[in-house]
Design a protein around this ligand. Structure first.
Ligand code: FAD
Ligand code: NAG
Ligand code: NAG
Ligand code: NAG
Ligand code: NAG
Ligand code: NAG
Ligand code: NAG
Ligand code: NAG
Ligand code: NAG
Length: 503
């Protein structure tokens, strides 16, 4: 992306999570290795079994991986050792020992969770999938097989020459952990949550047992639970998903791009967003509406960004006309390949900021949206001294998306039939800031309380705050609990790894 104005680029950078941050010198929490701790003994044993490439206690690769997490809050931990699996059996061996010895552990794929603690661990074992990044396409079955370490940008780029794509996300640096929480892409209207595309999953259960789950085999309950159950149901070592025929680089199947708006257009954008969410039910249409506040010193600057796509030769005015007419700062619209569409917001790869999310879900009148916009502005103002910026984002979930998921056997989220918006608040702390003050915590809780979900709508777990009980908002919550009890009867996962509450 090239923008004429450096100022504009700066504003955008907040939204795109890609700042002009300079190198960050952090005093990493110093830890004294404790060779007699259970974690340390387990790591030593695992290294003897699998070698010093697979199990690492220190060194350049260990350091880069320990500090890889996108949220700075997660880049501070020093795992006792990091397991770099090269095949599923490495995960099995390590998981069996972790289970037997009761060791705390964590899993990191793309590293993009904003939930503190979910993808790293201190004094425990981290699984890091940087050596399992294969992706392949099988034309006979029309499926794509992904190893967990690949990022969406890499998968899309490698598959584009074959004219196919997996359902993933909308930014290239994000990884496959997205699938386990559901997954929202520019293809969701047509094909459902990204997880709805599963065909088969290899899963290492807490005991170390490896199973293959499909929609129809004896692990069909596990298969569905992994469509929204996040990291609670085992470690996935292979995803086989239905391919989508998005075309190669020359076939520009999509039309759309990005529009930047001044804050004076905010009210019109709120209205347009509400109308889009409640009215549009066209599987080929997709938007992401992100309101953005960026902070410099005590000054807040608001710029709002819309990405909009239609899988077709142009943007139908009946769907997008209102957004196209609202006064904007910049419009960048053209025919695009699927890879182009996924690059429109950049990769989202930059690091150095503590990140916090929070989720809501709306299907109400414009008042519900206006209230959220106002409360989010007040929130930003009240804690601006700690911030780099905040975003209030709306992703419409169309009825067609819910239908597509049900047609493929249903996910565990199982939203009610009808349109709604997944609402996300992103808080990006000042560069390098490692503490969250009580004032920030209180302001966040106040914000979540003041923009509650419409009762009956599910929250999106990949965009939640760790304190939110997302599972209990799922349509199939009772089934989720039952499946969890079946596959992890001793409740090892909820006791020994950080993740969503509520099971
Ligand atoms: C810049 C940015 C853009 C985003 N855009 C989108 C978007 O367009 N659409 C969307 O739906 N979401 C989006 N998200 C949210 C995203 O879905 C979540 O952040 C998701 O958790 C990222 O997955 P990951 O593999 O990158 O992260 P990780 O932090 O590596 O993993 C996320 C969670 O899944 C667990 N996990 C990962 N792999 C496995 C595995 N193989 N087995 C078991 N557990 C595992 C981890 O332990 C962790 O709890 C975005 C996030 C960011 C930061
Ligand atoms: C090392 O770990 C063992 C077992 O957990 C514990 O008893 C001991 O106090 C620890 N030593 C230090 C120096 O932390
Ligand atoms: C890894 O980081 C530690 C500090 O946390 C440092 O002492 C060590 O030299 C680093 N190792 C490598 C190989 O960079
Ligand atoms: C992954 O790719 C590598 C290199 O192409 C290959 O050697 C390996 O067998 C592949 N692994 C799997 C599980 O497909
Ligand atoms: C591709 O899919 C077909 C049909 O499911 C299957 O028979 C074949 O073994 C697959 N090929 C590979 C390389 O996995
Ligand atoms: C937005 O909608 C509200 C309520 O319907 C209306 O009063 C207001 O004039 C609209 N504002 C704009 C800018 O469209
Ligand atoms: C922040 O504001 C200061 C003072 O107004 C200005 O000099 C600086 O360029 C601004 N920084 C950015 C990143 O815009
Ligand atoms: C943006 O506009 C809203 C009203 O629509 C206002 O409340 C808010 O303060 C504005 N933001 C800035 C930074 O001026
Ligand atoms: C919003 O969703 C709830 C829960 O499914 C439902 O009861 C209500 O009818 C929906 N409202 C609209 C306007 O769609």
């Amino acid at each position: 992306m090239r923008f004429k104005s450096a100022h504009l680029f700066l504003l955008l950078s907040v939204i795109l999570h890609s700042s002009i941050a300079t190198g960050l010198a952090l005093a990493l929490a110093s830890t004294t290795a404790n060779a007699t701790s259970p974690a340390s003994k387990t790591c030593t044993m695992l290294q003897a079994q699998m070698g010093s490439e697979v199990v690492q206690f220190s060194g350049a690769e260990y350091n880069a991986s320990a500090s890889n997490a996108w949220s700075l809050f997660n880049a501070q931990n020093k795992p006792t050792c990091i397991v770099f699996p090269q095949e599923a059996s490495h995960v099995q061996t390590a998981m069996a020992a972790i289970f037997h010895n009761k060791i705390h552990y964590a899993v990191q794929a793309g590293g993009h969770t904003a939930m503190t603690g979910w993808n790293t661990v201190q004094d425990g074992i981290l699984f890091f999938f940087s050596h399992m990044k294969n992706v392949s396409y099988n034309a006979t079955s029309d499926t794509i097989t992904l190893q967990p370490g690949i990022h969406w940008g890499e998968a899309l780029t490698q598959l584009q020459p074959l004219g196919v794509a997996p359902l993933g996300g909308r930014l290239g640096d994000v990884g496959t952990g997205l699938l386990l929480g559901g997954g929202l892409s520019y293809l969701s209207g047509e094909h459902g949550f990204s997880a709805d595309s599963y065909v088969a999953l290899d899963v290492v259960l807490v005991t170390g047992q490896l199973v293959t789950a499909t929609a129809t085999n004896q692990y069909a309950d596990l298969f569905r639970a992994l469509k929204g159950g996040a990291n609670r149901f085992g470690i996935v070592t292979r995803y086989e998903v239905q391919a989508v025929h998005t075309g190669d680089a020359s076939e520009k199947q999509f039309f759309g791009g990005l529009i930047l708006y001044p804050n004076s257009s905010a009210e019109a954008l709120i209205n347009a967003t509400q109308r889009y969410v409640s009215k549009v039910n066209n599987p080929r249409a997709s938007i992401l509406m992100a309101f953005s506040n960026s902070v410099n010193g005590s000054e807040i600057t608001s710029t709002h960004i819309l990405t909009l796509f239609f899988r077709g030769p142009s943007l139908p005015p009946a769907i997008f006309g209102e957004f196209l007419e609202i006064p904007s700062i910049m419009k960048q619209l053209s025919a695009l390949s699927y890879v182009d569409a996924n690059n429109i917001l950049g990769a989202g790869a930059d690091r150095g900021f503590g990140q916090l999310f929070g989720a809501s879900a709306f299907n109400g009148t414009v008042d519900q949206y206006r209230n959220a916009f106002q409360k989010w502005n007040e929130y930003t103002e009240s804690i601006k001294d700690s911030l780099f910026g905040t975003v209030l984002a709306f992703t419409p979930i169309q009825q067609s998306q819910v239908q597509a998921g049900r047609a493929r056997g249903s996910n565990i989220i199982d939203p009610p039939m009808g349109n709604y918006a997944a609402v996300q608040v992103q808080t990006q702390m000042q560069n390098g800031l490692l503490t969250i003050s009580d004032q920030v915590q209180a302001a966040r809780q106040l914000l979540f309380q003041s923009m509650p979900r419409t009762p009956g709508l599910p929250l999106y777990i990949n965009e939640c705050d760790a304190s939110q009980n997302v599972f209990e908002t799922y349509g199939r919550f009772e089934e989720l609990k039952k499946t969890y009890a079946k596959y992890d009867p001793t409740r090892f996962n909820v006791q020994f790894t950080d993740g969503p509450i509520g099971l």
